[in-house]
Design a protein around this ligand. Structure first.
Ligand code: KG4
Ligand code: ZN
Length: 342
């Protein structure tokens, strides 16, 4: 296997409403910029795909310029390009993919399409060194998964949500309470001030083998909506109890998987892992070692995409120019070629 002596890899992330780019060099982040179109979606209560795609188009030249300036780099210093090609909003993904292809063509450097979820898994490596195998709990606006990370680029999904993702119910309850999208950060502050034992949220458990590691959040969402509709509640206590319930469900599945696999090192990644409430609760847990990224690496960012890309490119993988956006891409589904030389 030819090991490419790559120095600087540019990562491009445009799967949802964040236009973000990062540059890594030998596993270290040297520059990162993130610009969000959140404010343009607020009045609609969620991300509007058409608006998100147009905003990526508008923002990417500025983000690219800034990420290079911050890293004191010239465009010609970039030796590899990594881009999210799924899962996500097709129109948004396409902006990043076309940019990656154009830069690859222009600079005559390889490019690789990576899975957004792989990016979140890799986000932990900026600040922590964890021995393989370890577990990853990925909690974001679109995903809730427990994954065994067996080695670099080798994953096994153990459990996933059967309905809503945990960030999704936080955002939906937030919207009902009148908070702008995404509501996670604001609700997290409220949760820290309330009584988490005020409301008893039903915690789903599945007895059958196939679903025992799965998650379900739709029952909790209905319970929270019913309480809000009753108009008789203290907001801090409701949100605190909801965050408490979500934490308990997540911890319950992590305990189960840890018991079954014997793995006690667990990284918690994705936007919801930025929650201070959740971190406090998880850190009280005995017998399990939790690793959290800094909040800037919890939410979507181009740095994590660059880091995964570097791992692939170093091993001689690259993507063909007909790489397409894959809105429902699963972890482990890839689209690359293996080369001896580039
Ligand atoms: O990973 P991410 O940026 O995008 C996806 O891939 O979905 O995650 C976004 C999610 C949203 O649901 C947002 O409300 C939630 O992460 N979030 C938080 C916090 N910051 C962002 N949830 C709880 N506490 C936070 N501090
Ligand atoms: Zn994400």
């Amino acid at each position: 296997m030819i090991k490419l002596n790559l120095m600087k890899v540019l990562g491009i992330e445009t799967s949802c409403d964040d236009t973000s780019m990062g540059v890594v060099e030998n596993g270290k982040l040297i520059s990162m910029v993130r610009s969000s179109s959140e404010e343009f979606h607020i009045r609609y209560g969620g991300v509007v795909p058409e608006i998100a795609a147009r905003k990526h188009l508008e923002l990417f030249p500025f983000v690219l310029k800034e990420v290079l300036e911050k890293g004191k780099l010239k465009l010609r210093d970039i030796e590899g390009i990594s881009v999210t090609f799924g899962p996500g909003l097709v129109g948004s993904l396409l902006v990043g993919i076309e940019l990656a292809k154009s830069l690859s063509f222009l600079l005559k450097v390889p490019f690789i399409g990576v899975n957004h979820l792989e990016g979140h898994i890799y986000s932990i490596f900026f600040e922590h060194k964890i021995d393989f195998p370890f577990l990853t709990l990925l909690i974001s606006g679109g995903h809730t998964e427990i994954i065994i990370v067996q080695d670099h680029l080798k994953y096994k999904i153990i459990g996933t949500t059967l309905d809503d993702a945990c960030g999704e119910i936080i955002d939906k309850i937030g919207r009902k309470l009148g908070f702008p999208y995404p509501a996670g950060k604001e609700l997290d502050k409220l949760a820290l001030r309330g009584n988490p034992n005020k409301y008893n949220f039903t915690l789903p458990r599945f007895k059958d083998i196939k679903r025992k590691f799965s998650f379900s959040f739709s029952g909790m969402k209905t319970q929270a909506l019913n309480i809000i509709n009753s108009k008789n509640f203290v907001i801090e206590d409701l949100v605190s109890s909801l965050f408490g319930g979500i934490s308990e469900v997540l911890l319950d599945r992590v305990r189960l998987v840890s018991k079954e696999t014997g793995i006690t090192n667990i990284s918690v990644v994705g936007g919801v892992s930025a929650s201070k409430f959740l971190r406090k609760r998880f850190e009280k847990e005995k017998g399990l070692n939790f690793y959290f990224p800094s909040p800037e690496f919890s939410t979507d960012n181009g740095g994590m995409i660059a880091l995964v890309g570097e791992e692939y490119l170093k091993k001689g993988f690259f993507s063909p120019f007909d790489l397409d956006a894959m809105s429902h891409l699963k972890l482990g589904e890839n689209s690359y070629l293996k080369c001896d030389k580039i």
